[in-house]
Design a protein around this ligand. Structure first.
Ligand code: ATP
Ligand code: MG
Ligand code: MG
Length: 386
């Protein structure tokens, strides 16, 4: 079998490796943390910084194919890997998706809408743009942000200088976005192979709490027409940007039925974890099929599903629930939650820190509302921290 090298050792890499080993591939991972989630299940783990060229060279020499589980890959490393081995996803996609301004321009070039935005390079420019867009609006660092880090929602003129100075410390361009008063956030994951085959998974309806994905509801509770449009838009981006592998497309749906793309992720995405049990092919298998130029698998949704992230603070209640389950075995004949099939995934992280993603649960169900009630009853319903 071939060896797949994974840049990054987090849970996305872990689930990729778990899926790929069933397909006969070997995995080698590069990550600065020993005992990282992906390293635990890979055949071999290189422990070094992501921008360590020596380690990257070793990864290249030991791998037939290279992929990554995050987009902030160092440009020098990408160049080296491209030269030394096969990186089917290429370097252009990373270059585009690791920078919000480049990403927005690339999306617009495919004919798809993003929220109105402006590049910001001074306090004066920010004041100007806030005036033009109205408040609230969102200032973001162009590079390096995730889980809402590197963002500032501007609600008054007084906070403009502080917002600018705080984010400018990140030493990257800044972008101001108009605030979209969305009805729903949805995401669509598309896969494209080098031979040009494209497939999409069903749109997920995403609920964020404190900017961290809390749950995904699938199918998204939107009209058939919007589902179709969201899928078409993701296909358009996958084809327009000549993606190889997965592309996750996050979108805002407005009350009058408009879709704006928020951002892209050129990799498996948290909102696609539902595919692990709810689809014939998981996003991880699909990514591997795409980068290895195999025929793509069926993306058919076999059952409605709610995916809930297990953050550090949710581990206690879930362990408690598992103990109860183990103890009461038979007497659940009248339990209204009987129709729900919970599938638990844990990432092998040892420290259950607040807000840290420790795992997720896929609730397979015929009744989405009942699954949401289950989440609430289990005590894993996230609430805002302030
Ligand atoms: P991720 O972890 O998804 O990579 P991120 O840090 O890159 O997050 P975004 O996805 O850009 O950040 O924003 C996080 C969340 O903040 C969005 O899911 C959305 O709820 C809200 N948000 C971001 N931009 C806007 C906007 N222009 N209008 C309204 N809400 C927004
Ligand atoms: Mg992001
Ligand atoms: Mg996002």
């Amino acid at each position: 079998g071939s060896t797949i090298g994974v840049l990054g050792g987090g849970q996305l890499g872990r689930m990729l490796a778990l899926s790929g080993r069933a397909m006969g591939y070997r995995f080698i991972t590069l990550d600065p943390t020993p005992d990282a989630p992906c390293g635990q299940v890979a055949d071999e783990q290189l422990v070094a910084a992501y921008d360590n060229l020596e380690a990257a060279r070793e990864l290249a020499n030991k791998s037939d194919v290279i992929t990554y589980e995050f987009e902030n890959v160092d440009a020098g490393v990408t160049e080296l890997l491209m030269k030394e081995t096969y990186v089917p996803q290429g370097s252009k996609l990373l270059y585009v998706t690791q920078h919000r301004l480049r990403e927005k321009r690339a999306i617009e070039a495919t004919g798809v809408k993003v929220a109105p935005y402006r590049e910001i390079d001074s306090v004066a420019a920010l004041q100007d743009a806030v005036q033009a867009f109205g408040m609230p609006c969102v200032l973001k660092t162009a590079m390096g942000g995730y889980d809402g880090k590197g963002q500032w929602v501007i609600r008054s003129y007084e906070e403009i200088p502080e917002a600018y100075e705080t984010l400018a410390k990140a030493n990257t361009e800044l972008v101001l976005e108009q605030f979209i008063h969305f009805d729903k956030e949805i995401s669509v994951i598309a896969a494209r192979s080098p031979r040009g085959e494209v497939k999409v998974f069903a749109p997920a309806e995403n609920v964020h709490v404190d900017n961290i994905l809390h749950l995904s509801i699938v199918p998204a509770r939107v009209s058939h027409e919007i589902t179709k449009r969201a899928e078409e838009l993701a296909i358009r981006i996958a084809e327009g940007l000549e993606i190889v592998g997965l592309i996750a497309v996050e979108m805002f749906l407005t009350p009058d039925g408009e879709l704006f793309v928020n951002e892209l992720a050129p990799r498996p995405h948290n909102s696609g974890h539902y595919t692990m049990e709810a689809c014939h092919t998981s996003q991880f298998e699909q990514h591997l099929r795409a980068i290895c130029n195999l025929p793509l698998g069926s993306t058919e949704l076999m059952t409605p599903v709610v995916m809930v992230n297990l953050l550090g603070e949710h581990v206690e209640p879930i362990l408690h629930w598992m103990k109860l389950q183990a103890n009461k075995l038979a007497d659940s004949a009248d339990n209204k939650f009987n129709g729900i099939i919970p599938k638990i995934h844990l990432y092998g992280k040892h420290e259950a820190k607040h807000k840290r993603k420790m795992g997720h649960i896929n609730l397979l169900t015929k009744d989405l509302d009942l699954a949401l009630e289950w989440v609430e009853q289990m005590g894993i319903w996230s609430s805002r921290s302030k």
